[in-house]
Design a protein around this ligand. Sequence first.
Ligand SMILES: NC(=O)c1ccc[n+]([C@@H]2O[C@H](COP(=O)([O-])OP(=O)(O)OC[C@H]3O[C@@H](n4cnc5c(N)ncnc54)[C@H](OP(=O)(O)O)[C@@H]3O)[C@@H](O)[C@H]2O)c1
Length: 297
Amino acid sequence: MNITLTGSSGFAGTNLSNYLKGFDIQTLSLRYQPNQKIQLAHTEAIVHLAGKAHDLKNVSQPEDYYQANFELTKQLYDAFLKSDATKFIFISSVKAVADGVSGTLTEDEKPNPQTHYGKSKRMAEEYIQAQHLSEGKKYYILRPCMIHGPGNKGNLNLLYQLVKKGIPYPLAAFDNRRSFLSVENLCFVIKELLEQDIPSGTYNIADDDSLSTTELVMLIAETLQQKPRLWNIPAPLINTLAKAGDYLKLPLNSEKLQKLTENYCVSNQKIKEALGKDLPITARDGLRRTIRSFEES
Ligand SMILES: NC(=O)c1ccc[n+]([C@@H]2O[C@H](COP(=O)([O-])OP(=O)(O)OC[C@H]3O[C@@H](n4cnc5c(N)ncnc54)[C@H](OP(=O)(O)O)[C@@H]3O)[C@@H](O)[C@H]2O)c1
C-alpha cells in the first residue's frame, strides 16, 4: 500500500515509519504558506502527523499554532479531496476537546478547548468534518492523549531523570488518575485503519488503564530496579508552596503542580469496537518499554 506521511521526522513519525515496514511510504515535510497548493503524487492514504505542539522555550505566537495545525491541515485535506487517495488520517489531540477531565473523556463530550494548540486542532477537525466526502473516501480524526515511546523527550522523560537521580517525588499525597498512550498502540491503530474498512469518524486513542503519577514514579523505580522515594507532604502545604513558586520562580509552581496531579482519563472504547480488536500492549508494559528505551539512549 502507498501512503503519504507528514511529520515523519518527529517522535511519532519516526516510530510509525519503523512500524509500517512493508508499506510504501512517501514522506512529505510541509510548512504553511498562504495559497499553497499541495500536490499529492500517487498515494492511497495520507497520515497527517505534522503539527505544532511543544513549545519548550515558550517562544511561539498564537498564529504559529493556527497556521501549523489548522491552515496547513486544511490545505492538505483539500489536496486529499481532489486526489485519488481514499483515506485521510489526521492526528488531532484530546486537547481539541478538553484541558481538564473530571470523569472519563468520551467522543460525546462537547469540545471546549482552551489553549491555542487545542483550538487550532479543533478548527482542523471541524473543517474535515464539514466537507463533503465522495464515495469511497474516508477520514479518521484521531485524538491521542499523552503519547510516550522511544525518543520521547516530554514530561515522562523528565520524571524518569528525577527518579534515576534518586530525587524524592514530593507529591505522593495527591491521588490522581490519568491515561497514557504507548506509541506502539498508536501505530497499531493507524495500521488497522489503513488495512481495515472502518467507518469515517472521530476516535479517542489511549491505553486501556489509567495510572496515578505516584504509581508512575513507582513503575519507573521498579523498572530501574531502584527503591521508589516518595514524600507524603500534606497537599495544602504543597498548594501554598506552588502559589509561592508562581512569584518566586521556584522549581514548583501552580502550572507544574496541576500538570503532575491532574486527572485525565480517556475512553478508548469506540476505537476498539470499530477495530474489533484489543490494543496490543497494556499501559504498564508500554511504560516499562519506554523507560527501558530511555536507559538505552
Ligand atoms: N506527543 C504527544 O504526546 C501528542 C499527543 C497528542 C497529539 N499529538 C499530535 O501528534 C502529532 C505528532 O506529535 P509528535 O510528538 O511526533 O510531534 P513532534 O515530535 O513535534 O513532530 C512533529 C513534526 O511536525 C513537523 N512540524 C514541526 N513544526 C511544524 C510546523 N510549524 N508546521 C508544520 N509541520 C511542522 C515536523 O516534521 P517534518 O520536519 O518531517 O515536516 C516535526 O517533526 C502532532 O500533530 C501532535 O500535535 C502528540
